[in-house]
Design a protein around this ligand. Structure first.
Ligand code: NAD
Length: 271
């Protein structure tokens, strides 16, 4: 038995088709869970399911738009029919729609619908089955963006801040049903957006991230997956309503960063 033993558990991971999602799916499967990936990206979702299954785990893909309540109901019903229950929900799917100050009402509503409201809708659909599980756990993906201002970004951070609060509300009201609810806040993580923007250059990505991550690099998807697996497991049985930083120390660092600022006071003024 591993620390985060998930043997016999069934998990739904929304957004599991992407690079970061794949890391989470793989770690959950490696710890013994059967995983259902729910994503709109059919090509990558099927590929991730196939790759993660190659080690003998049960990982399947379902094409699901998380903003579609009927599709969520079908996802939950079919997951339970095929696996005999549902123990873990990982709300990871998100969109980065954000034009800062200029964002239209339509884009605000679209982004918040995917990033926040759909987390609630899936938990509502899964609730009877989570309640019936003796190991029920929900893990919501928020971000370091939930608690700092970032230039040109209004929508994504607001949604992520809402998720941190939503997690506390869910944890409070679902505790009597034996359902633990936590969130995970990744820092910069090697993900599809980093891969795209850097042209696949991990070394450059780590160099850019180094000044504001104590670890001096971006995180790996599997490192975030390890935190999710812990929160989903009985090893975290005393943890609910909490936000877990998986951010390489980003949130521990202040504006002075990791360089001594006080000695600057003693330096000679060049003028
Ligand atoms: N990338 C990072 O460095 C980072 C940092 C902090 C937090 N996060 C969080 O981690 C999670 C994954 O981020 P990412 O960068 O890998 O994002 P991504 O855009 O690469 O992946 C998001 C996934 O969600 C899916 N998705 C989008 N809309 C959907 C819908 N309506 N229905 C179903 N699936 C849908 C996409 O197809 C995709 O597979 C997000 O919640 C994000 O906020 C990421």
């Amino acid at each position: 038995m591993t620390t985060a033993d998930l043997t016999g558990r069934t998990a739904i991971v929304t957004g599991g088709a992407t690079l970061l999602g794949r890391g989470v799916v793989q770690v959950l499967a490696d710890h013994g869970a059967s995983v259902v990936i729910a994503d709109i990206d059919e090509e990558n979702g099927r590929r991730v399911a196939q790759e993660a299954s190659s080690s003998g785990a049960t990982v399947t893909f379902r094409r699901v738009d998380v903003t579609d309540d009927a599709a969520l109901a079908t996802l939950v019903a079919e997951t339970v029919a095929e696996n005999g229950g549902l123990d873990i929900v990982v709300n990871l799917a998100a969109v980065y729609i954000d034009d800062g100050f200029a964002t239209t009402r339509a884009d605000w509503l679209t982004a918040l619908n995917v990033n926040v409201v759909s987390m609630v809708a899936l938990v509502q659909a899964a609730h009877p089955h989570l309640k019936a599980s003796r190991h029920a756990s929900v893990v919501n993906f928020t971000s370091i963006s939930s608690s700092v201002a970032q230039t040109g970004r209004w929508v994504y951070p607001a949604g992520k801040a809402a998720i941190a609060q939503l997690t506390r509300s869910m944890a409070m009201d679902l505790a009597p049903d034996g359902i633990r609810v936590n969130s995970v806040s990744p820092g910069w993580t090697w993900s599809a957006i980093m891969d795209d923007l850097s042209g696949g250059d991990r070394v450059k990505t780590d160099r850019v991230a180094a000044p504001f991550h104590l670890t001096g690099r971006v995180g790996d998807p599997s490192e975030v997956g390890n935190v999710v697996a812990f929160l989903a497991s009985d090893a975290a049985s005393v943890v609910t309503g909490a936000d877990w930083a998986a951010d390489g120390g980003y949130s521990a660092m202040g504006p002075e960063q990791a360089t001594p600022a006080i000695p600057l006071l003693a330096e000679q003024d060049p003028s």
